[in-house]
Structure formats: structure tokens, C-alpha cells
Design a protein around this ligand. Structure first.
Ligand SMILES: Cc1ncc(COP(=O)(O)O)c(C=O)c1O
Length: 277
């Protein structure tokens, strides 16, 4: 399958022309931010929330404010140029642009790209692996969706080697934080709980929608209790609500359990109604 056209710095280009300088600071030091947006049959889901978060991540890195309307338009142009896949993943990447070889930034202006690709549905449940490396909830990048994702790439490879579909990270305080590309909800004593943003997790768009549509409380969960919860699920743009079947090989009582099943149903019903909630 050929790759559809790519939006770069305001222009829709054939893939072979959509190239980034080797001096780009995104490439040299991971100095950039990004979003992954889902599209169903050519229509993006929750694009406004994703673009707002991109702006928050850019502000967190001290980058110029991204052009919200230009990126929304670019996303629609990329989707219009792509096949009408049932499910697609759109990647918006915004870096500080070409810069010096060290950590100082250049002043050439940002590099922005928007790419679409077909997305296969994810498995019905996930087995997860807890990694030995904590997220630093007090770090400068905590809560920002930056292109400095090598830590996540390493954690996911660690999980895959152990048969896991997602890697889970705790934080410095030994509480549950998030997955490499997902947030985590657990059910303890009948209550639906997810770590607060102060735990260092990303403010996931899906997490936010689950809290609004399905309820749930933000509360720290000791990492050591994670494998002993009644139910757990992951949330992310590509997963929606995905039940966790096992934590480090310990199979949870049910996947989905009753609270998870209710959340899945409520999320699917609301998301089918509203493309830009
Ligand atoms: C580290 C991290 N946490 C959580 C999420 C889930 O966020 P969202 O629901 O906005 O996809 C992501 C998304 O890819 C992520 O990269």
C-alpha cells in the first residue's frame, strides 16, 4: 500500500518530498511534541482536545504556540487525501525545527508534519508488564507529550520480551503512573480509580472522556497493589477502553469485569454520538 500524502509546514506533499533536515532538533535531541489522533471513516475524533493538548505540550517546552486552525485544516486535508480506512491513526509532530548539534535551540522556526496511516483494531484485552523504571513525576517533561519517547520505546520492548501488550510504569513515589501509550484505571472495592495527574501521567484525552462519561475518581494507587485489583483497564486514543487480562502473569478476576464492561459500553455510546466531544 502506498503512503498517502503528508502535510508538512502548510503543504500537502508526496511522501518522498516530505523530508526533515538532519539538523532538526526533533531528530537531534527529541525536542518536540506530538499527538496521535484517531479517525473513523475519514473523520477525526476529539481533534479539538488533541490540538489543545498539543498547545499545552508546546507551551511546556517553551515552543511557539502551534497554529490550531492550520493544524485542524491540515488534518482534514491529509484525511481527504487518504483512503477511507475504517480506522486510521493520525500523527501530528511539532518540533523546534533545525538547530545546533547541542541542546541550544535554533531560530529557523518549527517543523510540523501530519501523517495518516491505517490502524488495525487492538486486541480485545491486554496483558501488561510492570517495568523496573519509574516515571519521574517531578521531571521537567512530566505530563507533556514530547517526542523524547525513547524511555517508552525501551519499556514497551521490555514488556514485549515478556509477552506483554503494554508496559506499565510506576513513579518515584512507587505509585501507579501510566502505560507507555495509555492511562490506567483500576477497580478497588467497587470504586473506579485512576492515578491523578500529579502521579506524572499524561492527561490522556480518553482518560478525560472516561472520567466525564463514566465517572471515576483520581487517587494514587500503590504500585504493589496493582496486580491485586478486582478489575483494570487501559485507555488511549487507539484502544478506547481496553480491559487488562493479566498483570505480570497474574490473571485478574475478570476482563472485562462489570465496572469495565459498563465503562466500555458508555464510552462507545457517547463516542458514536460525538466526533469532537
Ligand atoms: C504516555 C502516554 N500516556 C497516556 C496516553 C493516552 O492518551 P490519549 O488517551 O490521549 O491517547 C498516551 C497516548 O498515546 C501516552 O503516550
Amino acid at each position: 500500500m502506498t503512503q498517502p500524502r503528508i502535510w508538512m509546514n502548510g503543504e500537502l506533499l508526496d511522501p518522498e518530498r516530505a523530508v526533515v533536515s538532519v539538523f532538526d532538533h526533533g531528530m537531534l535531541v527529541g525536542d518536540g511534541v506530538f499527538e496521535t489522533v484517531k479517525a473513523a471513516h475519514g473523520e477525526p475524533f476529539a481533534l479539538t482536545r488533541h490540538l489543545r493538548r498539543l498547545a499545552r505540550s508546546a507551551a511546556g517546552l517553551g515552543l511557539p504556540e502551534p497554529d490550531h486552525d492550520g493544524l485542524a485544516q491540515g488534518t482534514l486535508e491529509v484525511l481527504a487525501a487518504a483512503p477511507k480506512w475504517p480506522l486510521a491513526r493520525i500523527r501530528i509532530t511539532y518540533t523546534s525545527g533545525p538547530g545546533p548539534l547541542g541542546s541550544d535551540r535554533g531560530d529557523a522556526g518549527p517543523t510540523v508534519s501530519i501523517i495518516a496511516a491505517e490502524q488495525s483494531p487492538l486486541p480485545a484485552t491486554a496483558d501488561v508488564t510492570v517495568t523496573p523504571w519509574p516515571r519521574n513525576e517531578r521531571g521537567a517533561l512530566a505530563g507533556l507529550k514530547t517526542t523524547s519517547y525513547a524511555e517508552n520505546a525501551l519499556a514497551l520492548a521490555y514488556a514485549r520480551e515478556r509477552g506483554g501488550g503494554e508496559a506499565i510504569l510506576g513513579n518515584i513515589a512507587d505509585n501507579l503512573c501510566e502505560g507507555t501509550g495509555s492511562n490506567v484505571f483500576v477497580v478497588r472495592g467497587g470504586r473506579l480509580v485512576t492515578p491523578p495527574l500529579s502521579a506524572g501521567c499524561l492527561a490522556g484525552v480518553t482518560r478525560e472522556l472516561v472520567l466525564e462519561w463514566c465517572g471515576g475518581e483520581e487517587e494514587d494507587v500503590p504500585l504493589e497493589e496493582f496486580a491485586r485489583v478486582d478489575e483494570a483497564f487501559l485507555t488511549s486514543t487507539t484502544r478506547d477502553v481496553q480491559p487488562i487480562r493479566a498483570v505480570d502473569g497474574t490473571v485478574l478476576p475478570a476482563a472485562p469485569g462489570p465496572v469495565t464492561a459498563k465503562a466500555m459500553e458508555a464510552f462507545a455510546a457517547r463516542a458514536a454520538d460525538l466526533m469532537d466531544p
